[in-house]
Design a protein around this ligand. Structure first.
Ligand SMILES: *Cc1c(COP(=O)(O)O)cnc(C)c1O
Length: 407
C-alpha cells in the first residue's frame, strides 16, 4: 500500500492521522466517544443510512452544487483558468449543511433527542439548527455574549428556526468559553444528547466523521470537472479554518499525485502574534479541545489569541488530518491577509456576479495569485465554500469607500 492510499483510509482505529488526532478526554467522555464511533462505523456502511443522507443532499440541500467556469475573472487575469465549486448555492448558503445533516441523522439513528453545539460567528449554529428542525430533534446552541451582539442576523435565524440559544457569560465571552460551556452541558447528559462539532476537529471520531460527510464535495467536483474539461484540475484551492471544506474537496483527489493541493490560511493583519490565525504556517504541535494537531500556542500550551477578518477562519487549531498532510507534503499551506481577501471579495463580485463569503474570498485571492503565475493551459478549481450575504454589511461599513461603495 503506498502512502497516498494510507492517507485516504486514515485515521487508524485510535483516530490517529500519523501522530495527530486521537482522543485526549476524561474517561467518562472516552466511553461516550467510543459508542459514537461504533455507531458511526456501522451506519456509514449501511445502505439505508447512505440513501437517506443522499436524498437529503439532493432534495433539501440542492446537490450536486455546480462547478462554474469563472471566465471573466480568468480572462482578466490572463493566466490559468479558474473554476468554482459552488457550495455557496447550497441551502443555508455554505458547505456546513453537509456535515450538520450527517451529524443530526446519526444522532437520530442513535436515539438521541437533542443536538448541542457551540458557535462563534453563528454559521455552524444556523446550519445545525436547520438540520435539527428538519429531522425533528431539539437543538441547543452555546454562544458567547460578545458574539451574540456582533452576529445579530445569525442569532435571529437560529431563534426563528426554533433552536435554544444559550448565552455564555464567562471570560472573554466568545468561542472558547462557548466550547467550554457546551462541553459541560454535554457531559451532564451524554445519553440523550449528541455534541455536533462544526469542523474536522475535536476528539475521534469527529475529524473522520465530518470529513466523510463533506467528501461529497470533492467526489462531485471530480466528476463534474472531468465532464467539463476531459481532465482533472491541475490545482485545487480551499480556505482552512478548522479545515472541513478543504478536506471535503481534497479527499477525492489525495491519490491523484498530479493534482496540486493548496490550503489557504488567514494571515489577517500580518504574521505577528495575535494578528492572524495561520495555524499550520506558524504553529507547533500540541493538544487542544481533545485532539493533537498544529496549534497557535504559548510556551505553556495555552492557545494564543487569533484574528482574521473572516470569523469562520478564526481558530487557534486545525483538523489533525491537515497536520499530517502538511508534514508529508501532500498539501501546500499558504496564507492570504485581510486586505487581499477583501480585494478578492470585490473582484469576484464584479467580474462574475458572485459575492463570496469572506472565508471563501481567501481561497479566491490565492487562486487569483496562482492563476497569474501559470499559463492558460492550466486549471484551478476553487472551493467556494459559502456566499457573502452574511458579510456584506460589515464589508461595506469597513471597506466600502475604498471600492466606491458609499451608503
Ligand atoms: C465555517 C466556514 C469556513 C471555515 O470552516 P472549515 O471547517 O475550515 O471549512 C469556511 N467557509 C465558510 C463559508 C464557512 O462558513
Amino acid at each position: 500500500m503506498n502512502s497516498q492510499t494510507k492517507t485516504i483510509e486514515m485515521p487508524n482505529a485510535e483516530g490517529r492521522f500519523g501522530e495527530y488526532g486521537g482522543r485526549y478526554v476524561p474517561p467518562q467522555l472516552e466511553t461516550i466517544l467510543e459508542e459514537i464511533t461504533i455507531a458511526y462505523n456501522a451506519l456509514k456502511n449501511d445502505e439505508g443510512f447512505k440513501k437517506e443522507l443522499h436524498a437529503l443532499y439532493k432534495d433539501y440541500v440542492g446537490r450536486p452544487s455546480p462547478v462554474s467556469y469563472a471566465q471573466n475573472l480568468s480572462d482578466k487575469l490572463g493566466g490559468a483558468r479558474i473554476y468554482l465549486k459552488r457550495e455557496d448555492l447550497n441551502h443555508t448558503g455554505a458547505h456546513k449543511i453537509n456535515h450538520c445533516l450527517g451529524e443530526v441523522l446519526l444522532a437520530k439513528k442513535m436515539g438521541k433527542k437533542k443536538v448541542i453545539a457551540e458557535t462563534g460567528a453563528g454559521q455552524h449554529g444556523v446550519a445545525l439548527a436547520t438540520a435539527a428542525t428538519l429531522l425533528g430533534l431539539e437543538c441547543d446552541i452555546y454562544m458567547g455574549e460578545v458574539d451574540i451582539a456582533k452576529e445579530k442576523p445569525n442569532v435571529v435565524r437560529m431563534k426563528i428556526l426554533g433552536a435554544k440559544l444559550i448565552p455564555v457569560t464567562k471570560g472573554a465571552k466568545t468561542l472558547k468559553e462557548a466550547v467550554d460551556d457546551a462541553f459541560e452541558a454535554y457531559l451532564k447528559d451524554p445519553v440523550t444528547q449528541l455534541y455536533a462539532i462544526g469542523s474536522v476537529v475535536g476528539p475521534h471520531p469527529f475529524p473522520m466523521m465530518v470529513r466523510d460527510f463533506q467528501q461529497i464535495v470533492g467526489m462531485e467536483a471530480r466528476e463534474q470537472f472531468k465532464e467539463k474539461t476531459g481532465k482533472l484540475p491541475d490545482n485545487l484551492v480551499a480556505c482552512v479554518g478548522g479545515g472541513s471544506n478543504a478536506m471535503g474537496l481534497f479527499t477525492a483527489f489525495l491519490e491523484d499525485r498530479g493534482v496540486n493541493l493548496y490550503g489557504v490560511e488567514p494571515a489577517g493583519l500580518g504574521l505577528q502574534a495575535g494578528g492572524h490565525a495561520a495555524t499550520l504556517t506558524m504553529g507547533t504541535p500540541g493538544i487542544l479541545h481533545g485532539f493533537k494537531s498544529y496549534l497557535l500556542q504559548d510556551e505553556e500550551g495555552e492557545p494564543l489569541n487569533v484574528y482574521s477578518v473572516a470569523s469562520g477562519l478564526d481558530y487557534p487549531g486545525v483538523g489533525p488530518q491537515h497536520s499530517l498532510l502538511k508534514d508529508i507534503g501532500r498539501v501546500n499551506y499558504v496564507t492570504i491577509g485581510d486586505r487581499e481577501a477583501i480585494d478578492a471579495f470585490f473582484e469576484l463580485s464584479r467580474t462574475e456576479g458572485i459575492i463570496p463569503a469572506l472565508e471563501s474570498a481567501h481561497a479566491v485571492a490565492y487562486a487569483m495569485k496562482l492563476a497569474k503565475e501559470l499559463g492558460k493551459e492550466e486549471t484551478i478549481l476553487v472551493n467556494l465554500s459559502g456566499r457573502g450575504d452574511k458579510d456584506v454589511d460589515f464589508v461595506v461599513a469597513k471597506y466600502g469607500k475604498d471600492y466606491g461603495v458609499v451608503m
